[in-house]
Write a protein that binds this ligand. Structure first.
Ligand code: HDE
Length: 706
């Protein structure tokens, strides 16, 4: 039977009664929803039918002449651009940076001159190893790239959430990344380092050992992008108007304190919500709960650099905050989500070489290499030297230059001259350089032979690894050991496991023993050969997450499991307490449509029980009626909700009626002070207050192995 237009696509009612009216703003199309623009081709030709291609006869072939069809498919075929070779999966937001004070004595950088004056900013957070479609909570370093659109050009601080790096020289970067990415023969594993190639490379690269401690810590499984630190990593320079240079390390300190999840939770979150971090950032910004970081500077001079135990040009080392305190000089606030993910987050081009007068590089060999890579990579990714013409990459200050033409050029200066010097004055002559205002490199003295070597001052690979490990709380040390055991258990080659333990022996005996035991290594290896013996450095409390947590539950999330018959007053009480704390509440019910409360009111749920497992919350409340608890006790997802919350050391509030579900989940009401009974609405404030601790770490030994 011949198909009619209606039978194949939309109904007559949907397609019919179309009326086009011409208004001042172009063509509009009247629909039930009001006037909307008329669909056009890229050339602006109005489209009459976007449901059916043009064909010869009722059932004949599609015609070449269908230019609308061909344009649409052609464009679709080219929608993807190469994903970033690293940091492919990212999420961005707009905001501003605002200095607290003038830093004119240290730097002439324009954005630090006028306290309180806001500079527009764009930040892109990312994971490193996984491809664009991988899960947010992979164990991985997070990129923390900040673009500051200053009045004297764009300044990019292309940093990470960890202040050190794996390697000391950029020439090793392709090897590091090849080893971390899926193994080339089999094409897996995705977005993780738990495989032979990675640990093979690492165990042959002693300079990575400090970074290994950081990546095996909970820093690589942050609870939220909002609860992590950022670092510029390298030593940079700040230069003032008199030409005086001061060394600087950049820090971003989250106002909401630091927080991570536990590993078993991360594994489950990735299944429950692969978009966990981006959703969290989106939700917070949309709710007006704008995340904020303070910019911290560690400032030091040549004398300090010369007296420091390590080379300040070595990006595998930190400068402990106890030695050079972090001076907080301004705040970064993210207050606007992107309008279009591709146009902004995907096409944003960060480059370490984007610096402004008053900021300068040092000779860190990793930074020097990066200064080549980022420009090069943008051409590959964005396909044209004119990527700076894209609104997200264009400076927001005036800019004038003679670079011209090329693919997709759409900033095309007027005037006669496209070179200089020229003898055309005024507008015709175009811009001129300015020795006074222009960027001038810091005139650092250079001499010496050309050498392909690693400086001796880069040779201590273990002392800061030991310092990091020993600066952690017991809970965090246990997490590092578990992470190493997990990762190395995925390594099939025994010699690689043993080689890693040999390095750990140079860091901390107890750690090496715990890992060897956890792997059931049958023979303890000898410590790895070390270029320099490990020193015992002072502990630094700034290195611990748990010692730098928040003092409130602000910005965190409680998941309340509710059922028909939920005590309306209790739920109101919880809502109030959560709001007063600046936290969020999500209602989880057997069915998303909602429940009927004890007072007959209807309460709409946010999630159905299997769509809102407890792993996506910081604490949970079981506000169940007797009938609800009985029903949910038979539901495995509800039992997991409770059992996981307990295993992940979360605070759990419950009604007396919830006990049958708790019993089935193996959680006793008197288990510990983290299991809190609620009987009247005023109890809820106490529960939210208890949640400020975030986790009841003392429960750890009872729920070991998470
Ligand atoms: Fe990157 N890095 N990187 N990196 N990096 C890229 O640039 C590179 C390094 C970092 O959200 C790429 O635009 C080399 C350290 C972030 O768009 C590429 C070396 C640190 C981002 C590149 C390093 C970083 C990137 C891929 C060794 C922390 C994401 C796509 C010398 C301080 C930025 C792109 C965004 C991205 C090269 C090491 C941070 C290929 C050669 C150290 C946050 O150019």
């Amino acid at each position: 039977m011949a198909k009619t237009k209606q039978a194949a696509g939309l109904t007559a009612a949907q397609l019919g009664e179309q009326k086009i009216s011409r208004g001042t703003g172009g063509e509009t199309h009247q629909t039930a929803g009001g006037d909307v623009p008329v669909l056009t081709t890229q050339q602006g030709t109005p489209v009459a039918d976007d449901q059916n291609s043009l064909r010869a006869g009722q059932r004949g072939p599609t015609l070449m002449e269908d230019t609308h069809f061909r344009e649409k498919i052609f464009h679709f075929d080219h929608e993807r651009i190469p994903e970033r070779v690293v940091h492919a999966r990212g999420y961005g937001a707009h905001g501003f940076f605002e200095p607290y004070e003038s830093l004119a004595d240290i730097t002439k950088a324009d954005l630090f001159q006028r306290p309180g004056e806001k500079v527009p900013a764009f930040v892109r957070f990312s994971t490193v190893a996984g491809s664009k479609g991988s899960a947010d909570l992979a164990r991985d370093v997070r990129g923390f790239a900040v673009k500051l659109y200053t009045q004297e050009g764009n300044w990019d601080i292309v940093g990470n959430n960890i202040p050190v790096f794996f390697i000391q020289d950029a020439i090793k970067f392709p090897d590091l990344i090849h080893a971390a990415k899926p193994e080339p023969d089999r094409g897996f594993p995705q977005a993780q380092t738990a495989h032979d190639n990675f640990w093979d490379f690492i165990s042959l690269t002693p300079e990575s050992m400090n970074m290994v401690m950081w990546i095996m810590s909970d820093r690589t499984i942050p609870r939220s992008l909002r609860f992590m630190e950022g670092f510029g990593v390298h030593t940079f320079r700040m230069v003032n108007a008199k030409g005086k240079s001061t060394f600087v390390k950049f820090h971003w300190k989250p106002k909401l304190g630091m927080q991570s999840v536990v590993w078993n939770e991360a594994l489950k979150v990735n299944g429950a919500d692969p978009d966990f971090h981006r959703r969290d950032l989106w939700d917070a910004i949309q709710a007006g709960d704008f995340p904020e970081w303070e910019l911290g500077l560690q400032l030091f001079d040549e004398d300090f650099a010369n007296s420091f135990d390590f080379d300040v040009l070595d990006a595998t080392k930190i400068i402990p905050e106890e030695l050079v305190p972090v001076r907080r000089v301004g705040r970064l606030v993210l207050n606007r989500c992107v309008d279009n993910f591709f146009a902004e987050t995907e096409q944003v081009a960060f480059m370490t070489q984007n610096i402004v007068p008053g900021i300068d590089f040092t000779n860190d060999p990793l930074l020097q290499g990066r200064n080549f890579s980022y420009l090069d990579t943008q051409l590959k990714r964005l396909g044209s030297t004119n990527f700076t013409h894209l609104p997200i990459n264009a400076p927001k200050c005036p800019f004038h230059h003679f670079q011209q033409d090329g693919h997709m050029a759409f900033h095309n200066p007027k005037g006669r001259a496209n070179y200089e010097p020229n003898s055309w004055g005024g507008e015709q002559g175009g811009p001129r350089e300015s020795p006074e205002k222009g960027f001038a490199s810091y005139p650092e003295e250079m001499d010496g032979p050309k050498l392909r070597i690693r400086a001796e001052s880069f040779a201590d690979h273990y002392s800061q690894a030991r310092q990091f490990y020993r600066s952690q709380t017991e809970v965090e040390q246990a997490h590092i050991a578990s992470a190493l055991i997990f990762e190395l258990s995925k390594v099939e080659t025994l010699a690689i496991r043993a080689r890693m333990v040999a390095h750990l022996l140079n860091i901390d005996d107890a750690l090496a023993n715990a890992v060897a035991e956890g792997l059931r290594l049958r023979e303890m290896p000898k410590p790895a050969d070390a270029a320099q013996p490990t020193k015992d450095l002072e502990k630094s409390s700034a290195l611990s997450i748990l010692l730098n947590g928040p003092d409130s539950f602000k910005g965190r999330k409680i998941g309340a499991l509710i059922s028909d018959g939920v005590d309306a007053a209790l739920l109101k009480g919880l809502e109030k307490a959560v709001e007063a704390e600046g936290a969020m509440l999500t209602l989880v019910a057997p069915m998303v449509g909602g429940v009927e409360a004890s007072d007959g009111s209807w309460i709409v749920a946010d999630e159905k029980i299997d769509g809102g497992p407890s792993v996506v919350f910081d604490a949970v409340a079981l506000l169940l009626s007797a009938e609800g608890a009985e029903l949910l006790a038979e539901e495995s997802t509800a039992r997991d909700f409770v059992a996981d919350a307990f295993a992940h050391q979360k605070f759990i509030a419950h009604t007396a009626e919830a006990l049958p579900l708790m019993e089935k989940a193996g959680v006793k009401p008197d288990a510990d002070e983290g299991v809190i009974a609620l009987s009247v609405a005023k109890d809820t404030a106490g529960f939210v207050e208890a949640c400020r601790k975030l986790r009841l770490w003392t429960r750890g030994p009872r729920v070991k192995q998470v």
